[in-house]
Design a protein around this ligand. Structure first.
Ligand SMILES: CC/C=C\C=C\CC(=O)SCCNC(=O)CCNC(=O)[C@H](O)C(C)(C)COP(=O)(O)OP(=O)(O)OC[C@H]1O[C@@H](n2cnc3c(N)ncnc32)[C@H](O)[C@@H]1OP(=O)(O)O
Length: 290
């Protein structure tokens, strides 16, 4: 899947970001890390964050050497939610005097849809994205990790959907994605009470799948998971993500139909032949680089 534009994508990644750092920490692993990098602002999501998250995800989608992506954060907390009071926040900008209420509503609607699309970009990236959460993960931060494929955290992590206490309805995906991750009851409990939960409770309800003792162990543990995934058949991994996400939103019957069609096109691959040959030869398969 190298295709047209993969070296352009690498060059654009190297041009850098303001709110993120995107790196390939281990040249021996086909894993990229997207780090929220506004530690002084506790990684509160700013207009730059909302512009750059989809840009990074779209670029990584095109880079063959990115076969898995880690989403982490710098500083003491993973994310303090949406930036409150920051410049250019369309949610709190005062309306222009005499502005048409319908026009203002439409402008706000478009701003919300734009921010939603920024987080949905994590799902649209065909490569699996693994969230590594430490410290506080608040509001929009929870909505961001809900769009990831796998969530892990360190023991000190906490999660809270603060929106209800800010007098708003969470609108960046929590109410749509969380019930499918933790079940309706747990999602309603979090969203309606706005209570902060610990890593242990997040694990118990399935919000995260693994808890590590420290941030250092989290980073190492998530890097290991990502490397393991990156060494599998890229077509199988991307297909699994695509089918899982599609199946989440349709009936079992429709999902089975979808995966049958998918595999009728994708199953007969060089990677399948290599997997069978490697099994027979009792060795580790070496899959195509794409
Ligand atoms: C208009 C809103 C529309 C939409 C909302 C969408 C979804 C959301 O994200 S709702 C949640 C929004 N965020 C918050 O409510 C703030 C959450 N912050 C916290 O709970 C805590 O700060 C913390 C992340 C748990 C960290 O706690 P602690 O380590 O004790 O640090 P603090 O002393 O609380 O904070 C240090 C410093 O940072 C400022 N700050 C914290 N969060 C934000 C933020 N989201 N935006 C801007 N600034 C933030 C905090 O005010 C402190 O500033 P000082 O100037 O040092 O007082």
């Amino acid at each position: 899947m190298a295709g047209a534009g993969s070296s352009d994508a690498e060059a654009e990644l190297r041009r850098g970001f303001k709110a993120l750092a995107v790196t390939r920490p281990d040249p021996a692993a086909a894993v990229y890390e997207v780090r929220l990098s506004r530690p002084a602002q506790l990684n509160a999501l700013s207009p730059d964050s909302f512009a750059e998250i989809p840009r990074a995800m779209a670029l990584l989608d095109r880079i063959p050497a990115a076969r898995a992506v880690v989403l982490s954060a710098a500083g003491p907390h993973f994310c303090a939610g949406i930036e409150l009071g920051g410049p250019g926040n369309p949610l709190t900008a005062p309306p222009a005097r005499g502005a048409d209420p319908a026009a203002m509503a439409e402008e706000l609607r478009r701003a919300i849809l734009g921010m939603q699309a920024a987080l949905t970009a994590v799902e649209l990236c065909r490569k699996p994205v693994i969230a590594a959460v430490h410290g506080a993960c608040v509001g929009g931060g929870v909505e961001l990790v809900a769009a990831c494929d796998i969530r892990c955290c360190s023991k000190d992590a906490t999660f809270v959907l603060k929106e209800v206490d800010m007098a708003i309805v969470a609108d960046l995906g929590a109410l749509q994605r969380l019930p499918r991750i933790v079940g309706y009851g747990n999602a309603a409990d979090l969203a309606l009470t706005g209570r902060r939960i610990t890593a242990a409770e997040a694990k118990e309800m399935g919000l995260v799948t693994r808890v590590f003792d420290s941030k250092q162990e989290l980073d190492a543990g998530v890097a290991k998971i990502a490397k393991e995934i990156s060494e599998k058949s890229a077509n199988a991994v991307m297909g699994t993500k695509a089918v899982l996400l599609r199946s989440r939103d349709i009936t079992v019957e429709q999902g089975l139909e979808h995966v049958a069609t998918w595999n009728s096109g994708m199953l007969r691959s060089d990677d399948l032949m290599e997997a069978i040959k490697a099994f027979m030869e009792k060795r580790k398969p070496v899959f195509s680089k794409l």
